[in-house]
Design a protein around this ligand. Structure first.
Ligand SMILES: Nc1nc2c(ncn2[C@@H]2O[C@H](COP(=O)(O)OP(=O)(O)O)[C@@H](O)[C@H]2O)c(=O)[nH]1
Ligand SMILES: [Mg+2]
Length: 251
C-alpha cells in the first residue's frame, strides 16, 4: 500500500498521535497537512523534537516555543531517543492528557530518519521496533503497552515524499538524485544558524559542488577514468547527516 494511505490508516486506527521531528530542522520538516488531518479527526497530537542531543540547548528551547505557538499540538516535548532523554516528561504529558483509566491507542508518524523507531524503543523500554538509518525499514505491526492504559503502535507512519517540499524529497527518500540531494542538504547546512561541517570534513563549506568534490578527494573516492566519484561523496554526506554525525541547525 502506498505510504500516504498507511500513515493515514495508522492515525485513523489510533486515539492520538505523536509527530516526530528532527531537532536540527524542526520547523522545516513538520508535516502541516498531516497535522490538519489529525485535527480534523479531533484527535490530540504531540510534537516530539527528537535528537536534541545534536543541537545547542538555546536553539532547542527556541524551536520548542516557536512550534508551541505555531501548532495545535497538545504539547511539544524535547527528546533524545538514543540517550533516553525526555522519557518521563513525555510519558507524564501523555498521561495527563489521555488519562489513566480509559484505554488509548497512540501512533507515531514523521519523515524518514527522524527517529520514530528509536522513540518507540525508548517508550517501550526495550529493543522492539527495528532501527535503521534507511527509510522504509520498519515492518509488521503490534501494540506495545507503555502505561497501564496507553498502547503504542510499533509501526510508525512514514510521511510520504509527496507531502514534503520538492527540494527535500531526494534528501528524505534518496534514489537516483543523490548528488542533487547532497547539494540541497549542504546548502541548507551552509545557511544554517550553526553547523559542524568544518569539524567533520576539515575544510570550510563555501561552494556546495566544490565541497562534494573535496569530500571525494578527501576520502579518495575515485571512479572509472580516474575522476572523482561525486555520487559516493554525495552518499557519504547523506549518510553522515542521517547518522547524526553531520549537524546543522535551523528553524
Ligand atoms: N543523535 C541521535 N541520533 C538519533 C536519535 N534518535 C534516533 N537517532 C538516529 O537516527 C537514525 C534514524 O533513527 P530511526 O529510529 O531508525 O528513524 P526512523 O526512520 O524515523 O524510524 C538512526 O541512526 C538513529 O540511531 C537521537 O535522539 N539522537
Ligand atoms: Mg523506522
Amino acid at each position: 500500500m502506498e505510504l500516504l494511505k498507511l500513515v493515514k490508516r495508522e492515525i485513523l486506527d489510533s486515539d492520538a498521535a505523536i509527530e516526530v521531528v528532527d531537532a536540527r530542522c524542526p520547523s522545516e520538516l513538520r508535516c502541516r497537512k498531516l497535522e490538519r488531518f489529525v485535527e480534523r479527526l479531533n484527535k490530540p497530537y504531540w510534537i516530539v523534537i527528537n535528537k536534541v542531543d545534536l543541537v545547542p540547548k538555546e536553539f532547542a528551547d527556541r524551536a520548542k516555543n516557536v512550534i508551541k505557538e505555531d501548532s495545535n499540538a497538545v504539547d511539544v516535548v524535547h527528546v533524545s531517543a538514543t540517550k533516553y532523554y525526555g522519557f518521563n516528561i513525555l510519558k507524564w504529558s501523555l498521561k495527563r492528557h489521555l488519562g489513566t483509566e480509559e484505554r488509548k491507542k497512540l501512533c507515531v508518524f514523521g519523515y524518514p530518519n527522524v527517529g520514530k523507531s528509536s522513540l518507540i524503543n525508548m517508550l517501550a523500554r526495550r529493543k522492539k521496533a527495528s532501527v535503521a538509518p534507511k527509510p522504509g525499514h520498519t515492518r509488521g505491526k503490534q501494540w506495545i503497552r507503555i502505561t497501564k492504559n496507553i498502547m503504542l503502535s510499533d509501526t510508525p507512519g512514514v510521511i510520504p515524499p509527496e507531502m514534503a517540499e520538492k527540494e527535500w524529497r531526494p534528501v528524505l527518500f534518496p534514489g537516483e538524485e543523490l548528488e542533487n540531494a547532497a547539494l540541497t542538504l549542504l546548502k541548507k547546512i551552509k545557511n544554517a544558524e550553526g553547523n559542524n561541517f568544518k569539524e567533520m570534513y576539515e575544510f570550510e563549506l563555501e561552494d556546495e559542488e566544490k565541497a562534494l568534490e573535496m569530500i571525494a578527494k578527501k576520502f579518495n573516492f575515485v571512479g572509472r577514468g580516474n575522476v572523482y566519484d561525486m555520487n559516493r561523496a554525495a552518499k557519504r554526506v547523506i549518510d553522515d547527516w542521517n547518522r547524526g554525525k553531520l549537524v546543522g541547525w535551523w528553524l
